[in-house]
Design a protein around this ligand. Structure first.
Ligand code: F6P
Length: 374
């Protein structure tokens, strides 16, 4: 069976580099005589009664390499959501209705886990052949050396620290910058090193070493009257819950409740709501008496034009994904290994229990940061 018509979708949190990838898929598919439909809002399009899509031509994608976000829109819809038994039958029906030979799914571990299961035929009448492209500003997808979105997001955070330095210096303060990154510390570590921050807290070093942080800030104080700390949203400490509940009580429980945070359809908590940056600032003030403020990058890291690196990486992976679809090489994602783009099996992104394996910051990268952040 020759592949004649494919669909492309973007799922999970958006990040700069998605549009370059879509451009890569569509322009390469045109060379290969493959028609491309753009599905709107990730898997949500296919699991709905009526799929929302638009045909994508080379003309449609010609100007999009420089655009942030995703022209296809996105959602965190889980096609395998147990609470939505209609999702999978709808998906199979829609794939047939649209005459799709394959789907290119651009997303993080959640979106790719759906692509993997569909390709294997898990829970569906007929397997749905998929090819994946890994993306995430968190840079934590297993099996690839780098994800697009990360470079742009981290570049923005570095710029933010540079701005915070001016105001921290003027006011003789400590400023804590909390960054997105989910359960991985890549964004925080790169930001802290590249912006010459004084300390970084990352989930790979949980529980957070508060004594280490205080000792470093005492030492900084002898040299200058301001300091900069970068905290990954996934950093944690046993004190954090207690602190959050104290605040909640002070506010009559209106702000954080019982530290309950919203859970998305893939079961991930929205970490930003834990306010680890505020907690860290509070502990610094309490321990050192140093005036401290918090800034939170959050979605400011996700918008804006992709950097050069993210444009090129996204476009390369998109081209490779179209090639894999054409070659009927399904159940793989286009991964970066060194400087090469290679196919990587999607089933290796999850463990035997179906849980995502993430690419955490390894000890050698932590050592790298330690060397530079003396
Ligand atoms: O996974 C990407 C990411 O930006 C994380 O860093 C962050 O925790 C999460 O998405 C935020 O998700 P949302 O945009 O749904 O609030």
């Amino acid at each position: 069976m020759a592949v004649k018509r494919i669909a492309v979708l973007t799922g999970g949190g958006d990040c700069p580099g998605l549009n370059p990838t879509i451009k890569g898929v569509v322009t390469r598919a045109a060379d290969l005589g493959i028609e491309v439909l753009g599905l709107q809002n990730g898997w949500k399009s296919l699991v709905s009664d009526e799929p929302i899509y638009k045909p994508l031509s080379v003309d449609d994608v010609r100007p999009i390499i420089k655009l942030g976000g995703t022209i296809l829109h996105t959602s965190r819809t889980n096609a395998y959501d147990k609470k939505r038994p209609e999702y999978l039958p709808n998906l199979v029906k829609n794939v047939e209705k649209l005459g799709l030979d394959a789907i290119v799914a651009i997303g993080g571990d959640d979106t790719l886990s759906v692509a993997s299961r569909l390709t294997k035929g898990d829970g569906v009448e007929r397997p749905v052949p998929c090819v994946g492209v890994p993306k995430t500003m968190d840079n934590d997808v297993f099996g690839t050396d780098q994800c697009f979105g990360f470079d742009t997001a981290t570049t923005l955070a570095v710029e933010a620290v540079q701005r915070l330095r001016d105001t921290a210096d003027s006011h003789n303060r400590v400023i804590v910058l909390e960054v997105f990154g989910r359960k991985a510390g890549w964004t925080a570590l790169y930001t802290a090193v590249a912006a010459d921050a004084d300390y970084v807290l990352i989930p790979e070093r949980n529980p957070a070493d508060l004594e280490g942080l205080f000792a470093k800030l005492r030492e900084v104080k002898k040299r200058r009257d301001y300091a900069l700390v970068v905290v990954a949203e996934g950093a944690d400490h046993p004190d954090l819950d207690e602190w959050a509940n104290e605040i909640a009580q002070g506010l009559n429980g209106t702000r954080l409740g019982e530290m309950s945070v919203e859970i998305d359809s893939f079961g991930h908590p929205i970490l930003k709501e834990r306010r680890v940056g505020d907690w860290c600032a509070y502990r610094i003030k309490q321990e050192l008496g140093w005036d401290t403020r918090t800034s939170v990058m959050a979605h400011l890291m996700r918008g804006g034009q992709p950097t050069l690196e993210d444009r090129i990486l996204g476009a390369r992976l998109g081209i490779a994904a179209a090639d894999y679809a054409h070659q009927e090489k399904f159940g793989v994602m286009a991964a970066l290994k060194g400087s090469e783009v290679v196919p990587f099996p999607l089933e290796e992104l999850t463990d035997a229990n179906g849980k995502s394996i993430t690419r955490d910051v390894p000890p050698e990268w932590i050592e790298f940061a330690d060397i530079l952040m003396k």
